[in-house]
Design a binder for this molecule. Sequence first.
Ligand code: GLY
Length: 313
Amino acid sequence: MSVQPKLIIHGGAGSSLKGKGGLAAVRQSLHEIVQDIYNLLINGSSATEAVIEGCKRLEDEPRFNAGTGSVLQSDGQIRMSAALMDGASQRFSGVINTSRVQNPIELAKFLQNESDRVLSDYGAAEILRELNFPIYDPLTDLRLNEWIEERKDNFQKKMAGTVAEAELAEARRGTIGVVALDNQGRIAAGTSTGGKGLERIGRVSDSAMPAGNYATQNAGVSCTGIGEDIIDECLAAKVVIRVSDGLSLAEAMQRSMQESYNHKRDLGAIALDATGTIAWGKTSEVLLAAYHDGETVSDTLEWTGDELTDSIF
Ligand code: GLY
């Protein structure tokens, strides 16, 4: 029996969307990507294929903190992390702190079929060589200039800015993510990030952990926000497991976000489940997400109310 595909993507979370110019550009970018990736699902792509393509598109968009446009760490280097989880096989793969690659999600894709499925820096570099991936520099002028500015303050800030427009400069919790339900009822989730920015060398992001990216045959979740907060809540896996244990996705998201709020976390999450419900939540002020419910594209960019979560069937 054919299932109505569903799709949700995000380009991070943050503290404010100040200018409409910034909002319009982010909206256009997210909507275009959602529509294009949804078309793949309509044309029979698997959830995993759609997630990989969606992550690549978001990684290639310099305004988001993943792939091209990733923020620089304390030593001025870019180190990226990405994960892919195929919910049907319940299989997680990922790379941690990889460099010189255009699309870190491609490495996670390759590792799906390996016996060693999560690799860090040197191991990821070896795979790049083995696969003959071209050397790629994801640095943008904007990120370099941000880093130079931060250096002037001797790294007083804990994180870098992560959304390109000046109006969005306070949106500091960048990551990208995609969760898809395909026409066979399969779910997949992917997440990719340049990290927090200005972090210590060797700091490990939530994005390549089940805390930040998780999927089963029941539900899938991709998180954004402060990695340490997401890890402490084990957020993605917690929402998915709550669904597996019988809560609706809306309830699972609400309970998990309430806990995050009570613990003063700074994060957001997107999700969908096997019944076709799409859900999202945040404790940060804004969540840069867009979704396709089978009929139309909508987004969460101006969703700044008091509710911690929302959902659509
Ligand atoms: N959520 C991305 C990071 O903190 O690395």
